[in-house]
Write a protein of this length. Structure first.
Length: 445
């Protein structure tokens, strides 16, 4: 029996199979271009396409610790009026967003979800190396319903150096000496006067630049002396009191009330009104533009409670409420507008002076009495370091908010003692000492 044919030479069955195959191919091609999820129908208020997320412009380092940095910034919107999410990256400076590392530890690990547009958000980057400088950026973004990520521009760059609770040795001071004064003047450490023994009173004034780790010689101190104090007001350095010779009388060389002011802009010294009470082994610090001279010892060897205030604007001295506990060689520093007198000869006493009320308040004593101690205020904390002739120098930090002391990394001194101390650019510096090597050591919290 003959097989049926169709027009064109194909059977009807074959034609049906070919048609079905074509339909399957067409369907497969259609499915390939179909999105995995329905397209996003999000629109900005008033219609139109979604906008781009905002750009953070005020990223800042809020806190540093040995292995972490806390960042802070103002939240922006995600382009739809809602809080954005944030990606955080870091690198050694200079940072490039495209190659920087994503944060994978801490509260800054992605995703960082915003809480409210215009509010301040903080997050912490963990797993960092101590005593290392890092650069940070954040970028706002949003994820749409079809899983498309829309990003804004990277933020401004914020840099921070992690803490280390450690001491490091820096470039030595050109003229070794001890019983000198030290102060911060516009981010530069100044070492003023001092003693070299056997009646030698160097008038040396030298400036240390932390950025370049170098020293520069400045105009000499007009009145060479040791055991003096120093403080800075309005970019001018003031050298206060001290001892010019034997401890016998002012006329034959001894404690003085001399005040001399140094202007870094002109590299010149000017004599100012003398302190009413001539003394050495005093503490000196500035609070709100006024210089305070605390305690010390007079020509007769009397240990003093005297507090006198110097106003550079009027070149005048005023006697204030005496310190409750007489001390010489106390450490004096200002923290948050309050003057602190710490330790002194064989004393653990801590007393705080409020210039607004002209009153003293007793605070928590140091854990150990220190007969020779230096102090400086830094980031709202008072640091007191033992500068006696012990090989290991204790360092302790006092928190005024909690009235408590905390032990920090001690300084290994190489017999360094009776040095000057000042806080400059977030570090505590100990300079000079009686080993006559002119050591300079820096402590980073």
């Amino acid at each position: 029996m003959p097989r049926p044919h169709t027009r064109g030479g194909h059977s009807r069955r074959i034609t049906e199979l070919l048609f079905a195959t074509v339909l399957l191919v067409v369907a497969a091609c259609s499915r390939r271009d179909t999105p995995l999820a329905p397209p996003s129908r999000l629109t900005v208020p008033g219609g139109g396409l979604p906008g781009s997320p905002g750009t953070v412009t005020d990223l800042a380092v809020a806190a540093v610790r040995p292995n972490s940095v806390t960042l802070s910034f103002t939240e922006v919107d995600d382009g739809l009026g809602e809080p954005a999410q944030y990606a955080v990256r870091f690198a050694a400076p200079p940072i490039d967003w495209g190659t920087a590392r994503d944060v994978t530890e801490g509260t800054c690990a992605t995703p960082v979800s915003g809480k409210g547009v215009g509010t301040r958000l903080t997050c912490t980057v963990l797993g960092l190396a101590p005593a290392t400088t890092y650069a940070f950026q954040v970028e706002a973004y949003r994820s749409t319903l079809d899983m498309v990520v829309v990003t804004g521009d990277p933020s401004n760059v914020a840099e921070g150096t992690t803490a280390c609770d450690c001491w490091t040795t820096r470039a030595r001071m050109p003229n070794p000496r001890y019983a000198l004064a030290a102060a911060d003047v516009n981010g530069t450490l100044y070492a003023v006067g001092g003693y070299q023994g056997f009646g030698r009173f160097p008038a040396a004034v030298e400036a240390y630049d932390p950025a370049s780790d170098t020293w520069t010689t400045r105009a000499s101190l007009p009145t060479p002396r040791k055991d003096l104090g120093a403080a800075t007001v309005g970019g001018i350095l003031y050298a206060v009191g001290g001892n010019t010779g034997c401890k016998c009388s002012v006329t034959s060389g001894g404690p003085v009330g001399t005040v001399e002011a140094y202007d870094p802009a002109t590299d010149t010294w000017t004599t100012k009104a003398p302190m009413p009470t001539a003394r050495d082994y005093l503490g000196v610090a500035a609070v709100d533009g006024i210089i305070y001279a605390v305690g010390g010892s007079d020509a007769a060897g009397n240990v003093l409670t005297t507090l006198e205030a110097y106003d550079p604007a009027t070149d005048t001295w005023t006697t204030k409420a005496p310190m409750p506990t007489a001390r010489f060689n106390p450490a004096v520093a200002a923290v948050n507008g309050v003057l602190y007198a710490v330790g002194g000869y064989n004393s653990a006493t801590v007393e705080a002076y409020d210039p607004l009320t002209d009153t003293w308040t007793t605070k928590a004593p140091m854990p150990t009495a220190l007969w020779s101690v230096a102090a400086a205020g830094m980031d709202g904390v008072l640091y007191a370091v033992d500068k006696s002739d012990l090989d290991v120098k204790a360092l302790r930090a006092y928190d005024p908010a909690t009235d408590t002391w905390t032990a920090k990394a001690p300084m290994l001194s190489n017999n360094m003692s009776f040095f000057g101390v000042a806080a400059v650019a977030g570090r505590l510096y100990a300079v000079g000492g009686s080993d006559f090597w002119g050591y300079l050591k820096a402590y980073q919290p």
